[in-house]
Design a protein around this ligand. Structure first.
Ligand code: ATR
Length: 280
């Protein structure tokens, strides 16, 4: 693969963005299939002007991460029904100058949990889930969990943010992060807050006393791979689910949308997991 005047550009925008493994994962896929694409990361604070620039430069695909998943919706031409329902966007494809926004986070988000539950002969249907956080990630996870038939309770620092999600997605309750007893009564805890993410590795959204040995605890933060929350959960004897594969499951539909060809999943997974070893 050589970069030339026909190379199509894809990117991830976020702030911070340096932890992202999307570039190595997508670029490995392009290389494996000899596609004339390149994928880069942009640290963006001014979303409006960044989106104008990406549009003007005819960038083919944009992956959107923290904290821009809501704001970018103002600067696209179309938003698909699922992304609209979730109320957040993590993927934008540029089709001949028309910017179409979708959300693949919910696909990636529930993937690792479904896998672990399936290995125990279980499913999400009927499970009571404590969803920590009320940002774009929480909205995507809540959508996916409800779609699978789980009962979803939001726990967030700012309860009013949680209430909005509960109304939009017909969830089952909303509480402050300090409502330990209510967290203890759930089957599954899912962290979607940015707490625990590099460089704030010593932070954790909930108190250790919220976690029981029969909990399944899942963190969508994947840098580091084992967050403080997952370490605490492991020590309590709970089942832990890493967020690393979420990037893969959410990235496959992005890759296929941007390039129009089937993603080389095994190669993308291999580089992703290799890239993550530095955070272990
Ligand atoms: P994303 O789109 O990736 O979900 P986001 O929209 O920035 O990111 O959401 C960040 C989430 O982390 C929010 O739920 C936020 O809580 P508030 O709604 O109260 O702001 C949560 N969060 C961030 N920093 C936090 C902190 N120090 N303590 C508790 N929650 C925090």
């Amino acid at each position: 693969m050589s970069i030339n005047s026909k190379t199509k550009l894809c990117c991830i925008i976020g702030n911070p963005v340096e932890h992202s493994l999307s570039p190595i994962m997508h670029n490995a896929g392009y290389k494996a299939l000899d596609l004339n694409f390149v994928f880069v990361a942009f640290r963006v604070s001014d979303v409006k002007h960044a989106m104008e620039g990406l549009r003007a430069l005819n960038v083919r695909g944009i992956v959107v991460t923290v904290p821009h998943k809501l704001e970018v919706m103002k600067y696209v031409d179309e938003i698909d029904d699922v992304a609209r329902k979730i109320g957040a966007v993590n993927t934008i494809v540029n089709d001949n100058g028309v910017l179409r926004a979708i959300n693949t986070d919910w696909i990636g988000g529930i993937g690792p949990l479904k896998q672990v539950l399936a290995s125990q002969g279980e499913a999400l249907r009927g499970k009571k889930v404590a969803l920590l956080g009320a940002g774009g990630g929480a909205r995507a996870l809540a959508f996916g969990l409800k779609r699978e038939g789980a009962e979803v309770l939001i726990f967030n620092r700012t309860v009013s943010h949680g209430k909005k999600i509960m109304q939009d997605l017909a969830l089952d309750g909303v509480f402050g992060l300090g409502q330990k007893e209510n967290i203890r009564k759930t089957d599954i805890i899912v962290n979607t807050t940015s707490l625990g993410m590099e460089p704030n590795v010593d932070s954790c959204a909930i108190d250790a006393s919220c976690i029981k040995p029969n909990h399944i605890v899942y963190d969508i933060v994947y840098t580091p791979k084992e967050t403080k929350l997952l370490r605490i959960a492991k020590n309590k004897g709970a089942t832990i689910v890493y967020g690393d594969k979420m990037v893969l499951y959410g990235g496959i539909p992005q890759f296929e949308l941007f390039t129009g060809v089937k993603a080389p999943v095994e190669i993308m997974e291999e580089v992703l997991l290799k890239g993550l070893t530095k955070y272990e």
